[in-house]
Design a protein around this ligand. Structure first.
Ligand code: PLP
Length: 412
């Protein structure tokens, strides 16, 4: 008995009816390739290449150092931060773009703990959280004489209590795609008076976010995933205005100074979110990120999330019918997940390698997960149809068992 699944013609009909379909032309994507890894490195927006030409040839080449003012390089971390604030429904002046997610997480954790000395004994996070989040939390805990409490997802809520000094949670899990209910966990943390930092790396540009409505006060997030900011794009840091005045960056750099160009010996923090800047911003990367953020701002967020859900359902139906050996591990309910779909298989690693050779780029996550990113701006239903068709062929002819796919040549 074969299960019903949509035909290629049906997939193409859905693409033709998709109000976001034409957005694909605004990205550079190789012909014939199905890119399902935009949740790890977003695709290149066409106009980013132009932005970069202007940033290099005109702003840097001709403007030289004058461009710090003439092209407002100096204002870029805050300018792009204000744009990201719109995407997460924060206010202007609550988001700054700088450093990596890792460094921003460190700065924010240290700043919050320094502002609340002696309160609580543990740093609570999820076991199996993204490694950098766990590593930073462990390091910060050691520096403050606290205990790292990495609890399973189901136990997080009950672990929040008077012993908790700080909570760090990744909103959408990088591997399984599970999503925490931000509003209810934030409310619980607030009821106990415990600060909570959200890592939005797999959420921003993927799922609806509303810092104001959910009363979230602290967050960090990634620029090179769904924001299509380019490899190594800087991350961002969000602090609600009400909390900002109590916090100081543990890295007292000159760019976070109230008057960087007064060149004074004594440090005085900038009055606003700029205080979380450390050193000179990576201007070319920042301008590439701005191009990606501009594109995301232009797109209709409701349409994006609706399409993400439609893509997920389409993929789930195809996979169940054609690749039942791969076990879906991402929640089916849309409000409980992000915008990627993960499947478990003991041989996920070689299957993923064979899939890449067949022109479908997803990714493998240790130990047994095949992760497929669903980016509604540049992915269509026919793309997914072809991806599953190629995956089904790989499973059927067993080519993933060939020796060329057997030994990991890299661990990613
Ligand atoms: C991608 C990701 C990061 C990336 O951190 P970098 O410092 O930018 O390398 C951090 N945390 C989570 C949850 C991520 O998904």
């Amino acid at each position: 008995m074969t299960m019903q699944y949509p035909s290629l013609a049906e997939a193409e009909a859905r693409d033709a009816a998709d109000p976001l379909h034409s957005w694909r032309d605004r990205f550079v994507l190789p012909d014939g390739l199905v890119y399902l890894d935009g949740n790890s490195l977003g695709a290149l927006p066409r106009h980013t290449a132009e932005t970069m030409r202007d940033a290099t040839e005109r702003q840097w080449g001709e403007g030289l150092i004058r461009s710090w003012n003439d092209a407002d390089w100096i204002g870029a971390p805050r300018r792009v931060g204000d744009k990201i604030a719109q995407l997460i429904r924060a206010a202007s002046g609550e988001v700054i773009v700088c450093d990596s997610v890792t460094v921003n997480l460190y700065k924010l954790m240290m700043a919050i703990l320094a502002a609340r000395p002696g309160q609580g004994r543990t740093i609570l996070t999820e076991s199996g959280n993204f490694p950098t989040d766990l590593h930073v939390a462990a390091g910060v805990a050691a520096q403050h004489g606290l205990v790292l409490d990495a609890a399973p997802r189901e136990a997080i809520m009950e672990r929040i209590g008077p012993e908790t000094a700080l909570i760090v949670l990744t909103h959408v899990h990088y591997k399984t795609g599970e999503r925490f209910d931000m509003a209810s966990i934030q409310a619980l943390a607030d009821a106990q008076g415990v600060p909570l930092i959200w890592d939005l790396s797999h959420s921003i540009g993927a799922v609806p976010l509303d810092m104001g409505a959910d009363a979230a006060r602290f967050a960090v997030g990634c620029g090179y995933k769904y924001l299509n900011g380019g490899p190594g794009a800087p991350g961002f840091l969000y602090v609600a205005a009400e909390a900002l005045e109590f916090l100081g960056s543990p890295i007292q750099g000159w760019m976070g100074h109230a008057a960087p160009f007064a060149m004074t010996d004594a440090y005085a923090p900038a009055p606003g979110i700029e205080r979380f800047l450390a050193g000179t911003p990576p201007m070319l990367s920042l301008l590439a990120l701005e191009a990606g953020v501009d594109l995301m701002l232009e797109a209709d967020g409701d349409l994006l999330w609706a399409k993400s859900q439609a893509l997920f359902d389409f993929l789930a139906q195809q996979m169940a019918a054609r690749c039942p050996q791969l076990v879906p591990i991402t929640p089916v309910r849309a409000d409980l997940r992000g915008s990627h779909a993960s499947f478990a298989h003991p041989s996920a690693w070689p299957i993923n390698r064979a899939l890449i050779d067949a022109g479908v780029i997803g990714d493998f996550r240790s130990p047994d997960v095949l992760r497929l990113g669903l980016t509604p701006l540049y992915l269509g239903f026919a793309d997914l149809w072809h991806a599953v068709d190629r995956l089904a062929a790989i499973l059927e002819d067993g080519r993933w068992q060939r020796s060329e796919y057997s030994a990991p040549t890299r661990v990613t």
